[in-house]
Write a new protein. Sequence first.
Length: 145
Amino acid sequence: MTGSRAIGWMLCLCVVASACASVRTRRTDLRDAIHSYNVAIRWGHIQKASMYIPAAKRANFVARKRAALAHMRIHEVHLRNVAVATDQSAAKVLLQVAFSVGADPIIRNHLVEQKWRFVDGQWLLISKRQVKKVRRDASSPSDLY
């Protein structure tokens, strides 16, 4: 094999490797964003969690979360399912959240669906809502690990 041909093959391999790395990185970034956001909320680190909220909504988010967490305690957040869009630009995440309100000793459990979008190189939490049951299109959280 000539030197120029070997260099050509090496360049091809570099392009393929970098393409695969960018796909893996986006999924890894999603995993890290989900984990960081939910751990921050769990422990009341609202400012850290706000980094995963669109800039236009951050101030309102911080005020609402501080008010809500003043009257509740989150005991556990468990990742149940993840459904990532084919183009890896969006994801739906299903969590089970165990919490108590005020001095009430009863621990409640809610299923919460979060919608994430990849915007300007970062995963952002676009919306969340309580859901009644697990969607059929949800995959296992192991897809991210």
